[in-house]
Design a protein around this ligand. Structure first.
Ligand SMILES: *Cc1c(COP(=O)(O)O)cnc(C)c1O
Length: 364
């Protein structure tokens, strides 16, 4: 991933915005942060946006604002970035892992229904690799149980489900602006989106030491999890290009699909009906992962594995109480997924070069 390429394409404008913040004397909070919150929430089709320090905090603050805590269970997937599950543990609750749908790598609604129980107080679905989870049946299970549905949209800025953007469907949604995400800051950042003004207010209070309107009156125990004005200024300007960048990712994915779709031993990512995939990652699956990786490496092509160890098998989770049934698709995905280069500035020629290198592994 070449992150500097993106900055280079617009550096004069973005450096100008940063200089304005530097001269303004308002470095925490202020207009840039407020404007970004409004603009990003509107982009998602959501009423409220509360900017925070990173995506992990967005998840943890959401759970706390929803009143999730000790003795509660939260259902999620084990095939995700560990942060999704860490948030549950940090809130004092226990994770319940359910398996994924192998065609989309997102939570299997049938498995969710099976995992429900009296202590389950929320569900976090992850829109992994840039594709929305199948939210309608997941929401139905949550509505039946009367519990909130949380979107981990950290990999899905601009992705859509049945015509709605991710971040506007669940009770609350969490985004990260880590530099490598589809919308990335020049450092860390995150946001929570919701239509519920009270919930937004709780997150706003918790991200600022538990204060409300009265600066030194603390209604609850919070911490400091704010987004810097500098980051907000850059993110506002980058947001205007998000659709263009996502379109570029989609067209590169099309190019990969044409180059690799017919190769036996490789399954290219599919876009499920009614969903708009934004290809945060271009993740193929193959039982020949190691040999492909090795041959790409010798051709100077970097690859990644997202993620090699499911959360329930992480050493950190050996000491965590969680509930899990069998997770065969999660285990299989961890053994077979391989992420090929993907970022908006990559270019079709590079994709063709990668495809050729993959095909030549098979020729050998
Ligand atoms: C990146 C990511 C997070 C965490 O975001 P940070 O900003 O790095 O804290 C959480 N969940 C998923 C699925 C992610 O990809």
């Amino acid at each position: 991933m070449d992150l500097a390429a993106q900055f280079g394409s617009h550096d004069a404008e973005w450096l100008g915005a940063m200089a304005e913040v530097a001269r303004s004397g308002r470095y925490v909070g202020g207009n840039e942060v407020k404007a970004f919150e409004t603009e990003f929430a509107a982009y998602c089709g959501s009423k409220q946006g509360v900017a925070v320090a990173n995506g992990s905090d967005a998840l943890r603050l959401s759970l706390l604002a929803l009143g999730i805590g000790t003795g509660d269970e939260v259902v999620t997937v084990s095939h995700t970035f560990v942060s999704t599950v860490d948030a549950i543990v940090h809130a004092g609750a226990s994770p319940v892992f359910v398996d994924i749908d192998p065609s989309t790598f997102t939570m299997d609604p049938v498995r969710l229904a099976e995992a429900m129980g009296p202590r389950v107080k929320a569900v976090i679905a992850v829109h992994l690799y840039g594709q929305s989870a199948d939210m309608a049946p997941l929401l139905e299970v949550c509505q039946e149980a009367g519990i909130p549905f949380i979107e981990d949209a950290a990999q899905a800025h601009g992705a859509e489900y049945q015509g709605r953007r991710c971040g506007s469907v669940g009770k609350i949604a969490c985004f990260s602006f880590y530099p490598a995400k589809n919308l990335g800051a020049l450092g860390d950042g995150g946001i929570v989106t919701t239509d519920d003004p009270d919930l937004a207010e709780s997150v706003r209070s918790l991200r600022q030491y538990g204060t409300t309107t009265d600066r030194y009156r603390h209604e609850r125990v919070g911490w400091n999890s704010r987004l810097d004005a500098l980051q907000a200024a850059v993110l506002r300007r980058k947001l205007r290009f998000l659709d263009e960048w996502n379109n570029a990712r989609r067209s590169l994915a099309g190019c990969y699909g044409r180059g690799l779709g017919a190769v036996e031993g490789i399954v290219v990512p599919m876009e499920a009906p009614g969903r708009r995939h934004v290809f945060h990652l271009y993740c193929i699956r193959t039982p020949l992962r190691e040999s492909i990786r090795t041959s790409l490496d010798s051709a100077g092509i970097e690859t990644g594995i997202h993620y090699p160890i499911p959360v329930h098998r992480q050493p950190a989770y050996a000491r965590v109480r969680f509930r899990a049934g069998r997770l065969p698709e999660t285990e299989r995905a961890a053994n077979e997924v391989l992420s090929l280069p993907m970022y908006p500035e990559l270019g079709e020629q590079s994709v063709e070069y990668v495809c050729e290198a993959v095909r030549s592994t098979f020729a050998r």
